[in-house]
Design a protein around this ligand. Structure first.
Ligand SMILES: Nc1nc2c(ncn2[C@@H]2O[C@H](COP(=O)(O)OP(=O)(O)OP(=O)(O)O)[C@@H](O)[C@H]2O)c(=O)[nH]1
Length: 610
């Protein structure tokens, strides 16, 4: 590693909208530099995407990092690619990865043009002062319009079209030019090998045998095996047992020097000890910390229960193990009278929740029920503020007047990019989800027949955690792209809606609704419950209520065993008596009886929410 002083290092990321070809380009760069062998199989399976769910969905969930060496002129350079995930839920991971870079490749699909996340990642990189290398990808596609999209990038970002590198990551055309641009345009990191050690911890993973493996960017000084280091955040001390670079698998080295990026193992037992954004220094030589990070905030919460309640210990164990690899998930125990023991999990967004659920099912064979997602509401009492992310803890309407001053909900600033012809549909979609402050502008300079529009508005987060994405995609024939950022809290007229079976509320079904939509939601849910709840021996009213007020009702008719079967002819009185007895029996059952609601019914209700 001594050969690679700062001026021979380049630390960069690839940033792009989902599917614009980041992983494909990363593979090509690794192949061109001889870091990995060119694949013979012809299968499109990316090296850096490691999780099964990522491959199935074609998205990157966890950032992966790789170092490669590249000879340019008469010098050998080490290029460190810090991969970033490509979805709005993981914006936080993007930002922390960028903090370890001096430059970024801004990748845009030449057939799709600038999309919602292209804009957010561009601004993110710009704010961090990174050098941006604009790249147009997929120029091999017949639908590619490189000239037009280049003009769009100029109009949207002020990028000089002459600076744009045009490539096909798939066929490899133009990719060599990227390696040259990385060396020529991205500034090397600045740092001194003789200064006291200062390293930035930007990612971590968990290894069953070695404990936590941290990815770090050494900014000053030299780190060697056996060194005693300390975490600025926890003040805990460790001894470095192994260190090296990601190539793309771990390759041990004797040291990591100023400017370099690599991994360390130091007997950290708990993943919570590896605090993202932490500053690592040498024991006895404290340094000023690097600007840290706020931890990622969970914004979508849901209860997770086993279908078979005796499976709870296994489920909890699986969740524990999975959260070791995904630290942004928060976990709390929860118990429900309807579903038994479970966990309440917090996620960064809905995709994050889906990914976690799928991993739980794939990797741990878990049969689970997930309750309807909720966002963290802020309940302001006369004397305190509380965040409530579980409907069962939401204040009753009777409380609202007396003790609760105000209820607030999280809102986001949303941007939607669509071809002009879908503009009306998108406006409607936003309005029907309580969108406000709608604004729009054209993405292309001048208006042409195929102009695209960027629509911005504020939306309550709760409106986009259910089926917003699906509607966005279906109402724009798949052309709309969407991104959002946190925009604080806002007072809102919200209430807890309970669902009652046979006059008893079922805790796991409670949801928080906006008053303006309460009647519609009440009717829809009651209908749905009516469809999936099996008929009982007695009649069961299904009701939706806010406080004591019932807003909708359906009645599940009784399963009627034919007690008069076999009583042929005459005997009218006997028949009546049988029917009377049956009625009496049912009345009794109804009084005492609770509704037999199998977990499968919950699964049906909750798996196709709203
Ligand atoms: N024709 C063509 N297809 C490409 C090119 N680059 C990538 N693709 C295809 O585009 C799709 C998305 O590419 P990925 O590399 O997975 O995109 P990504 O940006 O990594 O996606 P996320 O990881 O989900 O953010 C894949 O089907 C690729 O095969 C290209 O240059 N030309």
């Amino acid at each position: 590693m001594e050969r690679y002083a700062c001026d021979l290092l380049r630390n960069f990321s690839i940033i792009a909208h989902i599917d614009h070809g980041k992983s494909t380009l990363a593979d090509r760069l690794l192949e061109l530099t001889g870091t990995i062998q060119k694949k013979q199989t012809g299968k499109n399976e990316q090296v850096l995407d490691k999780l099964k769910v990522e491959r199935e969905r074609g998205i990157t969930v966890k950032a992966q990092t790789a170092s490669m060496t590249y000879r340019f002129g008469d010098k050998d350079y080490m290029l460190n690619l810090i991969d970033t995930p490509g979805h709005v839920d993981f914006a936080w991971e993007v930002s922390r990865s960028l903090a370890a870079c001096q430059g970024a490749l801004l990748l845009v699909d030449a057939s799709q043009g600038v999309q919602a996340q292209t804009i957010s990642v561009f601004h993110n990189a710009k704010e961090r002062g990174l050098t941006i290398i604009p790249v147009l990808n997929k120029i091999d596609l017949p639908a590619a319009q490189p000239e037009r999209i280049a003009a769009q990038m100029q109009h949207t970002f002020g990028i000089n079209p002459d600076d744009i590198i045009k490539i096909s990551a798939k066929t490899g055309i133009g990719v060599e030019g990227i390696l040259e641009a990385i060396v020529n345009r991205i500034p090397p990191p600045i740092g001194s090998n003789t200064a006291p050690l200062k390293a930035f911890l930007f990612d971590s993973m968990y290894d069953r045998y070695r404990g936590v493996i941290s990815l770090i960017n050494v900014q000053e000084g030299i780190l060697r095996k056996g060194d005693k280091i300390a975490s600025y955040h926890t003040r805990k001390k460790y001894e470095v047992t192994e260190l090296g670079i990601m190539h793309p698998e771990e390759v041990p080295t004797d040291s990591l020097r100023a400017g370099q990026v690599g991994y360390i193992a130091c007997n950290m037992k708990e993943s919570s000890e590896a605090h993202i954004g932490d500053t690592i220094y040498r024991v006895g030589a404290p340094v000023d910390p690097l600007p840290g990070f706020q931890p990622a905030k969970a914004m979508v919460f849901a209860g997770v229960f086993p279908v078979d309640s005796s499976d709870f210990p296994k489920l909890e164990e699986s969740i524990k193990r999975l959260t070791l690899t995904d630290r942004s998930v928060t976990v709390q125990r929860e118990s429900s009278s309807a579903l038994g023991q479970g966990c309440r999990l917090g996620f960064l967004g809905t995709l994050h929740m889906d990914v976690f659920r799928q991993r739980l099912e794939d990797e741990y064979d878990a049969n689970i029920i997930i309750t309807a997602p909720t966002v963290p509401y802020k309940v302001i009492y006369r004397d305190r503020e509380v965040f409530v992310s579980n409907p069962t803890e939401f204040p009753e309407t009777t409380d609202t007047a007396s003790r609760v001053k105000e209820i607030q909900e999280p809102i986001v600033k949303a941007s939607i990019i669509v071809p002009e012809e879908y503009f009306g549909d998108m406006m409607e979609l936003c309005f029907s989800h309580r969108g406000e402050d709608l604004d729009h502008r054209y993405l292309d300079s001048g208006t042409s027949s195929s102009s695209r529009i960027i629509l911005t508005c504020t939306l309550p987060l709760s409106e986009i955690v259910t089926n917003f994405f699906d509607q966005l995609k279906s109402r724009s024939s798949g052309f709309a792209s969407f991104d959002y950022e946190d925009a604080g809290y806002k007072a809102s007229d919200l209430a807890k809606m309970s669902f009652l079976l046979n006059s008893k509320p079922v805790d796991a079904l409670a949801i928080i609704v906006h008053r303006s939509a309460q009647d519609k939601i009440a009717r829809e849910w009651v209908k749905k419950l009516h469809k999936v709840i099996p008929r009982q021996m007695f009649e069961v009213p299904i009701q939706a209520a806010i406080g004591r007020k019932v807003l909708a009702r359906e009645t599940l008719s009784a399963l009627r065993a034919d007690v008069t079967a076999g009583l042929y002819g005459g005997h009218y009185e006997r028949k009546m008596k049988h029917l009377e007895n049956q009625k009496e029996g049912k009345r009794k059952m109804k009084k005492m009886g609770s509704v037999d609601l199998p977990q499968e019914a919950f699964f049906d209700i909750l798996s196709n929410k709203k």
